[in-house]
Design a protein around this ligand. Structure first.
Ligand code: IPD
Ligand code: CA
Ligand code: CA
Length: 258
């Protein structure tokens, strides 16, 4: 295990402990947008992750969802979502995670996602495969949409933006076994990687949501792209992740005119 992966794992575990401790406490909830929430715990956890990573890698940069750019360097730099699934966390809905990725020379080289409720730790390093709690994971083998369980998330600005995934959701509803929307992009990506679901797409995500999970899917043998089929980038704004077999078919459904 690389030094950086070790640092990311120890930061994610520390963050998970803090999330666990504060779960169910009375929180100060602030609206970033009508349906986009944040609490003081999001910021506390980001600060904890930042201090852990800075101690391990003092010269690296960090881009976090809550505090933005920190430290001087932008290469290498950490991409951090301290709490992916804030709405769930506030409601005690047990589906949220910590997401930490390392970007070096415009490539994501380390990805760690930790679900503190199930104590599930997903790890990947570029070219070295992906694991869940230390065991190798692989995407599913489903080859037809009719046998597939899919997931998506609803955009944070759905109240005000006409472009959403409503039509796409409806089309997949008629073609797949079923659909899930559980409110954590990072965990949805990891569930594709672990073969728990066969495909996942979402519009309007940030780099902290997708960077770690995107690498974990690729290293588990899956495919990731933008929703329009262009090559995946954590800065691309949206994502389609699948077991690879379903990718072309999902792209066709997603990009069909309504
Ligand atoms: C959110 C979650 C959710 C997705 C939202 C994201 P947050 O992240 O990933 O699944 O649908 O678009 O913003 O705000 O809880 O970190
Ligand atoms: Ca997020
Ligand atoms: Ca977050």
């Amino acid at each position: 295990m690389s030094y950086e992966l070790e640092a990311a794992v120890s930061a994610a575990r520390a963050a998970g402990r803090l999330l666990h401790e504060r779960l169910g406490a009375t929180l100060q909830v602030r609206h970033k947008g009508p349906a986009d929430l944040v609490t003081e715990v999001d910021r506390q956890v980001e600060d904890l992750i930042a201090s852990t990573l800075r101690e391990a890698c003092p010269t690296y940069g960090l881009l976090g969802e809550e505090r933005g750019e920190q430290f001087v360097s932008d290469n290498p730099r950490w991409l951090v979502d301290p709490l992916d699934g804030t709405t769930n966390y506030i409601r005690g809905y047990p589906f949220f995670a910590v997401s930490i990725a390392l970007e070096r020379d415009a490539e994501i080289v380390v990805g760690v996602v930790y679900n503190p409720i199930l104590d599930e730790l997903y790890e990947a390093e570029k070219g070295k495969g992906a694991t869940l709690n230390g065991r190798p994971i692989h995407v599913s083998t489903a080859t037809s949409l009719g046998d597939s369980l899919l997931a998506s998330g609803f955009p944070f600005d759905a109240w005000t933006n006409e472009i959403d995934n409503g039509q796409q959701w409806r089309r997949f509803l008629k073609l797949s076994l079923s659909l899930r929307s559980d409110g954590s992009a990072a965990l949805d990506l990891c569930h594709v990687a672990a073969g728990r679901i066969d495909g996942y797409w979402e519009l309007r995500l940030g780099p902290w949501d997708m960077a770690a999970g995107g690498l974990i899917v690729q290293e588990a043998g899956g495919a990731v792209s933008l929703v329009n089929g262009e090559p995946f980038s954590p800065y691309g704004g949206d994502v389609l992740a699948s077991n690879g077999h379903l990718h072309a078919e999902m792209l066709a459904v997603l990009n069909n005119a309504p």
